[in-house]
Design a protein around this ligand. Structure first.
Ligand code: NAD
Length: 269
């Protein structure tokens, strides 16, 4: 099978990439990384002002407003994609929310449902529409964005951890279903990403636990062997590698990008 990707690992110009929840955060960094490798990039996001900002900064990209947990909006998203490009080479199933931070018995069913609807069901809705397009691609690939919480238990984050573990099951199963069609399916499991979001979590937990932010931060850093947070660019680099010819024999894997998580159990207790 002819691959549309160059041997040096760079992506062949014109590859069509869809990044869900791609207007900000990790998704935006992934989208901009593929754009910088001359891919054609479409993002979706629930936040129209974030999309406006993304498109102002990246006029070569395209976008749809869509909540991935809404099957009708996902259908409209894929109609937009097909109308514009008529093809898809890589689906980056990135959308995910933190969900409630509570012991399980205190979690409201509606909050559980909402977390699973975005973090799992939305990935199914996008994958089922992507697969017929990927089957026509010479370089078809799905990249699921899971989490360290998809590899470890994560106290007080049950719906998040359950959804992220489910994505590993989805990845391994789809890799088996789609491998015969030359489509690879992998999951990236990022650790905590440096920046505003983790700093807000640290402030919140310090307040909740009556500890200082520095104490909470060092608890987080002790989760990893490398005693570090990661960057969104680290995740984007792995996505690029997996979509490139360098990753052409990698499928069905859950790849940690996390400085080696040892445990998540020492946080949120
Ligand atoms: P984020 O909170 O920064 O949000 C990114 C984008 O998602 C936003 O633009 C938001 O509008 C959009 N979004 C939210 N709900 C949506 C929905 N229902 N449909 C479409 N778009 C929606 O997220 P992030 O930190 O960049 O995380 C991206 C992915 O990486 C998630 O799956 C997350 O679970 C995972 N992850 C993040 C971290 C981290 O430390 N940030 C660590 C591990 C895994």
């Amino acid at each position: 099978m002819q691959h549309k990707i160059m041997q040096d690992g760079s992506i062949h110009p014109g590859l069509v990439i869809l990044v869900t929840a791609g207007a900000s955060g990790i998704g935006r960094t992934i989208a901009e990384t593929f754009l910088s490798h001359a891919s054609r990039v479409h993002v979706c996001d629930i936040d129209s002002s974030a999309i406006d900002d993304f498109l102002r900064a990246n006029p070569g990209a395209s976008a749809s407003v869509a909540d991935v947990s809404d099957v009708g909006m996902v259908d409209s998203l894929f109609n937009d994609l097909e109308e514009r490009y008529g093809a898809l080479d890589v689906l980056v199933n990135n959308a995910g929310v933190a969900g409630p931070t509570l012991p399980l018995e205190d979690i409201e069913p509606a909050d559980w449902d909402r977390t699973l609807a975005i973090n799992l069901h939305g990935h199914f809705y996008c994958a089922r529409r992507a697969i017929p397009l990927l089957k026509k691609s010479a370089a078809g690939s799905i990249i699921e964005i899971s989490s360290s919480a998809g590899l470890f238990g994560c106290p007080s984050r049950a719906p998040y951890a359950a959804s992220k573990w489910a994505l590993i099951g989805l990845t391994k199963t789809l890799a088996m279903e789609l491998g015969p069609f030359g489509i690879r399916v992998n999951a990236i499991c990022p650790g905590s990403v440096e920046g505003r979001r983790i700093e807000q979590v640290i402030e919140f937990e310090a307040h909740e636990q009556g500890r200082t932010p520095d104490e909470i931060r060092s608890t987080y850093l002790r989760q990893t062997s490398m005693r570090q947070f990661i960057s969104a660019q680290d995740v984007a680099n792995m996505a690029l590698f997996l979509a490139s010819d360098l990753g052409k024999s990698i499928s069905g894997q859950a790849m940690g990008v996390d400085g080696h998580t040892e445990s998540l159990s020492n946080v949120m207790i």
